[in-house]
Write a protein that binds this ligand. Structure first.
Ligand SMILES: Cc1cc2nc3c(=O)[nH]c(=O)nc-3n(C[C@H](O)[C@H](O)[C@H](O)COP(=O)(O)O)c2cc1C
Ligand SMILES: CC(C)CC(=O)C(=O)O
Length: 411
């Protein structure tokens, strides 16, 4: 019989965690975290697309010793899964990103930190500790100096990689966020930019609008004669995600080279938000260190392909190159079997976003640990039952695809 003491009997699955978290978050936070862009169909398909695949288990293979560990950013990770960068974690729990970092450290799992965190990158790195790897997610600002400062701080703090988010030239449309007039509560701050704000404005910004209100101000600015396009006018208020996360001018030639020069040799440069073979090839040609296949958890272009469906073309493109960079994937991963399927389709590693936020909302650091433990146990169990003892042995021979009529085909 399973040892009940080792379990939280209220929460044995990520979907139970989602339900428990929903009870603990206020409406604004729950909607901000959980929604996708527009109708949310890409968000839903990120999850449901995993059902098209089934596992072909092998038996009689001595699985008494299973190693779930992999190397990421030059460090050993206990499972082939990391915590995806998600903004403003103090909305979920007062300990926010600090709790996530402590849980990651304890579980041996890499943490991706959003540039738009509510805890500074230095404080998060202190919670991760010297030895434990962190990756800073980056929105490359039009004001290069601000990005340069952030990169230098990340280097100094000991981050191993930057993850340049490339799927946000403009922000996707999130209707609940607009309807709720999303606003970061006054006691919270977008911590990485506090010094910038104070220096730029010579005041302590007490009103930290982050969402629809700021958007409305920008519309008013456009109506007042500012033209976006040839010369973009950035609002003079605080750095908010509506003013600073999107960068419509971001492009391969100029920006990737610049970023590599700024980050090397201390930090690797990855692009997060690749969804096609064409862009995967461009990423290879521009010499990035790795790719994350992502559609931002269905929060950007609704109608885009589910990430597990985009993965095979990206894998084929990268494998056609002589220097094969690692491929990671995120979006819709809610169970260890999803991780197994993504790896079987050619991913080297996966990242999870919302389930970690749910863990945080449920019980802070303990809740994030619970989330990572559930996924970790499921990965190990899936490997054992499929007859695989090493992550690198998970290949497409372990999968079949089922079409709508139930027809099963080998990959
Ligand atoms: C509430 C929330 C905030 C996010 N913030 C960021 C961010 O600041 N930067 C970024 O690159 N991606 C961000 N993402 C996207 C995640 O990094 C990741 O791509 C996505 O959550 C994966 O999908 P999943 O939530 O289904 O696991 C965010 C996602 C959510 C749900
Ligand atoms: C734009 C952000 C700061 C956060 C984000 O990426 C998101 O909410 O999806």
């Amino acid at each position: 019989m399973a040892n009940s003491k080792a379990h939280d009997l209220n929460c044995l699955t990520i979907s139970e965690l989602e339900a428990l978290a929903a009870q603990r978050m206020d409406k604004q936070t729950r909607d901000y975290y959980n929604e996708g862009a527009d109708s949310g169909s890409t968000l839903a398909e990120n999850i449901s697309a995993y059902q098209k695949y089934r596992i072909r288990p092998r038996v009689l293979r001595d699985i008494s010793s299973i190693d779930t560990s992999v190397t990421v950013f030059g460090h050993k990770n206990s499972i082939p899964l990391g915590v995806a960068p998600t903004a403003m974690q103090c909305l979920a729990h007062p300990d926010g990103e600090t709790a996530t970092a402590r849980a990651c450290k304890e579980m041996g799992v890499v943490m991706g930190l959003s540039s738009f965190s509510t805890t500074s990158l230095e404080d998060v790195k202190r919670s991760l500790g010297d030895e434990h790897p962190g990756a800073l997610q980056l929105y490359l600002f039009e004001e290069r100096q601000k990005s340069r400062q952030l990169i230098q701080r990340a280097k100094k703090a000991g981050y191993k990689a930057v993850l340049l988010t490339v799927d946000t030239p403009v922000l996707g449309r999130r209707n609940l966020e607009i309807r709720n007039q999303f606003k970061l509560p006054k006691h919270l701050k977008i911590a990485n930019f506090m010094q910038d704000e104070e220096r730029d404005q010579g005041v302590d910004n007490t009103e930290k609008e982050t969402g629809a209100n700021e958007s409305r101000k920008r519309s008013a600015a456009s109506e007042a004669g500012y033209q976006e396009g040839s010369k973009r006018v950035l609002p003079s208020g605080p750095i908010t995600f509506h003013s600073h996360a999107p960068n419509p001018k971001l492009c391969w030639d100029r920006d990737i080279e610049w970023l590599k020069q700024e980050c090397y040799p201390e930090m690797e440069v990855w692009v997060k938000g690749i969804a096609t073979a064409e862009d995967a090839l461009l990423a290879c040609h521009h010499g990035v260190d790795g790719i994350i296949v992502s559609n931002h958890g269905g929060r950007q272009l609704n109608g885009a392909l589910a990430t597990i469906d985009a993965l095979p073309e990206v894998v084929d493109a990268v494998r056609s190159q002589s220097s094969k960079i690692p491929i990671h994937v995120d979006g819709g991963i809610r169970h260890g079997t999803d991780v197994f399927k993504a790896l079987a389709l050619g991913a080297d590693f996966v990242w999870v976003g919302r389930p970690v936020l749910w863990g945080l909302a449920y019980k802070g650091e303990e809740g994030v640990k619970l989330c990572l433990k559930l996924l970790s146990d499921e990965i190990r169990l899936c490997m054992g039952l499929a007859g695989v003892t090493k992550v690198e042995d998970i290949g497409k021979e372990y999968l079949v695809k089922i079409d709508r009529s139930g027809f099963v085909s080998r990959l």
